[in-house]
Design a protein around this ligand. Sequence first.
Ligand code: GSH
Length: 228
Amino acid sequence: MIDLFYAPTPNGHKITILLEELGLDYRLIPINILKDDQFHPAFLQVSPNNRIPAILDYSEADGPLAVFESGAILTLLAEKHQQFLPQQRRARAEVLQWLNWQMGGLGPMLGQNHHFNQYAPEQVPYAQKRYTDESRRLYGVLEKQLTGREYVADDYSIADMAIYPWIRGHENQKIDIEQLPNVAAYIQRMAAREAVKKAYQRGESFDWEKSISAEKLNSLLETSIEKS
Ligand SMILES: N[C@@H](CCC(=O)N[C@@H](CS)C(=O)NCC(=O)O)C(=O)O
């Protein structure tokens, strides 16, 4: 059993996709980042960087394992369940480099793109141009990598699970997907996977109006910490 501290955002979706692909039993613990749930002291014990996603994996023999950072969660769970991350070093390097490309480049740049193009209370043309240009460059890299490939590292992997939730929002990132036929086909391929559909369905009941109560979070984490 896994508790996933979650909001239905791109970084949250990465983990529900993997959990659905692995067919694992998990519970969503809603962390409403618009209501500052992420700053709750109890949550910081699991995720000291006050960001979702984070997990508590209760299936470890020596007590619950707490992990934050989506790339770390994807890698550890894929390793543990020996799926979506090859053992063979060259194939593994392919997956890890594209996963880290997403973690260090695509995710943060598209995040800034989205912020300055959609949310910023004032128009900042310099920042809009900077992040839109960098996003276009990164989409171009992905387009090239997908030439003759169905998935970014050939076989379907955790790298795809990390990339897809960010690029499905291309319309809000000022990206013209018609110029990127490989990326467009990839998005459709990913969206058609049953596990991906289920992952997004699990997020639909998230209530952005509600905050998790301090009591609930405390009692949940006290129990886990006692067990470890
Ligand atoms: N590098 C982190 C980024 C996590 C992240 O930025 N999460 C966002 C939601 S997608 C968050 O929790 N934001 C809360 C805040 O900004 O206070 C990861 O991949 O896990």
